[in-house]
Every structure is written in structure tokens, then in C-alpha cells.
Design a protein around this ligand. Sequence first.
Ligand SMILES: [Zn+2]
Ligand SMILES: [Zn+2]
Length: 583
Amino acid sequence: MTEPPSPPAATLWPDKKSLVRQLLEVSRLLEVLGAEPYRAAAYAGAARRLEAYEGDLTPLLEAGRLTEVRGVGPGVAAAVEALRGRGAPQLPLLEALYAEVPEGVLGLLRVAGLGPKKVRALWQAGIADLDALLAAAGDGRLAKVRGFGAKSAAAVTAAARFALEARERERLDEAEVRAARFEALCKTLAPEATLERAGELRRALETVGALSFVVTGLPVTVLAERLASLGATPSEGGELHLSFEGRPLELWCADAEALGAALACRTGSEAFVAALAAHAAAKGLRLTPAGLLRGETLLPTPTEAALWTQLGLPMVPPERREGGLVGDEALVTLTDIRGLVHNHTTWSDGACSLDEMVAAARALGYRYLALADHSRTSYYANGLSVERVFEQARAVARLREALDRDGADFKVLHGLEVDILPDGSLDYPDEVLAKLDYTVISVHQHFTLDKVKQTERLVRAVQHPYASILGHLTGRLLLRRPPYEVDVMAVLAACAEAGTVVEINANPRRLDLDWRLVARAKALGCRFAIDPDAHHVDGYHDLRYGVLMARKAGLSAIDVVNTAPDAGAFLARLKPSRAPVGG
Ligand SMILES: [Zn+2]
Ligand SMILES: [Zn+2]
């Protein structure tokens, strides 16, 4: 199919959120570069005014009348006006500033707690990237830089380690997309080669370092030639290390007859492969990346299944290979999930209407959709006032009636994502909560309480009789924001005791609660909901990530409340605090 010729670039105005973010970034970069303070302040001020501006900015942008917003001066307006006629919504000024600041210094700006002033001070002191920052923290130089003391140096070190990891790893969903691009490229450059994903990506770790593939069909020297443009140089063990889109990537060449053994060894984890090799040794076999051997004889393992058969073991799914060997398990699967829980609509900050969310859920074959729009304290996410809660309840009731009239085997449950307030109380009075089918309770603000207070806050919240599911427990955003300080085990124990379900938030940016803690929570007697936290119908597909994390933690369908076959059975699995609803 040929694409029609693309029309000349029309002006692409950024939406309000993006414009505000860009202006704030301009302000920060100006400060780092040591511009006149009033210039940085003008951009920051304009950003705040535009953020608070009620209404659509596009007409003002199109008419070139941005200065009509109070607090937006002609300088800022001109920087925005420079977007006119450009096909990309990125401010040319921002691009110019990025070009002036070294990559390493930009990396410092991503460290939590390092504002532009501190970054400038570091840069002036010759500390111009994360590695230099950690070195300076190690030998005491950091504490002597203007604006830093021993205490802040310690906090910055922890934050810098986090940022360093963020630089070297990427989220699972990003790694998947990059892997697919590499596979497509290889189809062109080396069509005879067959690639199998290995390493952390195959194990579905929530963040991935180097992408790793086992390759059959081409000798390593030929493969290296084909991929020379990517800087591929072969090393002794039949492996290639190269750089793809600026990130490291490993290729392991294997013989087709030994693919199964190579794949198992290159999938890892190290602990798992060691346990597998020990099992092989006990049977008088030797497991190596070059193949499974009895003495000098290669036992054919053209697939991984063949390897597992040779070893006399049931196959352990790759995502479950983080520790030692595990026995045959009935792990939860994506098709076990029958209901979509924790979903946003245009009633708060979702992008799709209630009707669209229902239609898409039905089309995917789910049996129930449990809503969870934001509560009133999340005003920035258009959280619902008490009046709008009741209004939404009426809309849901009408929709249920319409579904029943159609004979649809599908239920909509009315719930909300209720903010946990700083003292651990919930964001609506009990009379309002009592009207809901269920709740997801979540922390969205006040992340910086001390550990004791944060723990007390969450423990009190999960003990609330109307708290059904504890949403994204630690608040982490993978590689962007570390979990807040909280005694997770104390909160989990309180959940187990109160019967409050623990969420595995399936959004690949969160995957919160961490699967390692999910395994510990299960041992405490907790039950779980695997929730898409969808803000768009496409978000339903994130469930796959949540299920992978649940499998890493060793959960079965019975551990997960939204494997219940219908809405009534789902509600019956939540703690009994209200009359049954939903019909
Ligand atoms: Zn939330
Ligand atoms: Zn949410």
C-alpha cells in the first residue's frame, strides 16, 4: 500500500500540558546557563499562569494573542510564536538551549533534589555528569560545593544512584518496542538469521538493561559483517556486542542443534541457570551455552522444550526464572482475568467516555468493568465532587439498565479511586462511600511524609471499612520516581488483617506493588487485584504486564480477585462492608 504524499507541514501547537512543561524546562535551562534571573523567572511565571488558565489555549496560539493571558510577556509569547509554520510542537528556543548544555549536565538535572542552581554550582565546580557526581560524593568534594553540606550530599548520592540506573535501563514496554525494531532491522540486514529474545527482556523484568538475543542461521563472522554499521565486533565466545539506538545490545550465536541450551543459559537469571546446571550435573550431564553434553557428546536441544525433556523437568516459564528451580505451578494467566478493575473515564482524567470504555471492555470479552475515577482532592485530575459522584451513579444506573435491556452479559460497577488524605482518612464521608460498589484507595499527594507517619497513614486507610483495594502502594514510577518512604511489610500485614486487597498496578510505568514484595505479601495472606489503571481503552492491554509480574511472584488465579467469573463473585471476594449491589 502506498502512502499519499504528505501535505506541507502545518503548525503543530503543543497542548497546554506540553507547553507548560517546555516553558518550565526553558526556565530551568536558563538558570543552569546563568542567564539573567528575570528571564528564567519570566518563563516559570508564564508556565504557571498558563497552567492555571481555564479554557483552550489553541485559539490564542493560532491568533498569536498569547499575551492576553495575564503574566505572559512579549518575550515568552515570541518564543512560543516561533512554533508557527513548524511541523513539530517543540519550542525552537528549548532546542537551542539543549544544544548549549552538555548531555552529562542535563543528566544531573534529572536527579531528584538537584534544582538548576545546584546543577550550575556543580557544573562550575567541574562536576559535569552523574559519574563525576558519585565520585565527588565518595571523596568528600561534593560536601564542599556551594549549596551542599554533608547531609544534602548523602541525599544527593542516593538520588544520583537512582538516576544512574535510570540512564542504563529502560522500562519493559520500551524494551519490547526497541527489540521489535531491532528484529525488523535484522530481517533486512541479515535475513538468514533467526533471533530469539533472551535475557531480562525474556524474563519480563520490569526494567531491562542490555537487550539480548540468541541467533541461529549465520556464523558470527558473517553476522558481524552484516551488522558492521551498528559497530558490531565479534568476541571469542561467538558473541557480538553492539550499540543500537544508543543502547547496548548482545547477540549470542548458537548452532541450531543447541539452541535450547543456549537460550536457557542466555535467558538467566544467573541463580536459575546455576540451579539448572546443578540439576543437569546430578544426571551426569553438562549444561553450557554451547549445548547440553554427556561426556563429549552433544545431546540435541533444537528447542527449549527439548532441553527440559532431556533434563526430565517441567518447563519453568521465563518470567519465573529469577531464583532457583520451582516445581510445576498453575500460575495465573491473562485469560484468567475476567473483569477490568480501576479504570478512569472522561468523568475525571480519562481520555475515553464511559460508553467507549464499556464497549471496548465488552469487545475484548471481559465480563465486568469496575470504574475508578479520581476523587475530589485530586482536583488537578478533575476529581469528582460529591454532587458529581451522585450524578455519575445515576449515569451508571442508566447504563446498567440499557445493558440489561440488551441482554448483555456484562456489568458496570461504580467505584472511585479515593485519595488517602495525609492523616489516613478517605476523601469522602462514609455516607458517600457507602453508595459505591467498591473503592480503590490511593496516595497521590504528600509523598514526603516521614516513614513513621506515612506508614500510619496507609495502615489507617486500609483499615477503613470502605477501603476495598489499596492502589499502587509505593507510588513508584519506574526509573523516574523512587517509592516513597514507607514500611511496606507493616502496610501489607494490615491489608491481610483487614481483608483489603492489594493492587498490582499493571501500568508499565508503575508495576506497583513490586513483584518481589507481592511474593512476600502472598506469604502474609494478602489477596491481589491486577488492575490496568486505564485512562484510555488502549490501557486495557497493559493488563499483560500486571499478569507477568503476578507470575514472577508465583501467584495463581485464586490469589487474584478479578479472576472471579462475574461482577457478583468479584464483589463477594472483597471485604464484606456493604450490602451487595450491582445485581
Ligand atoms: Zn492513582
Ligand atoms: Zn488510577
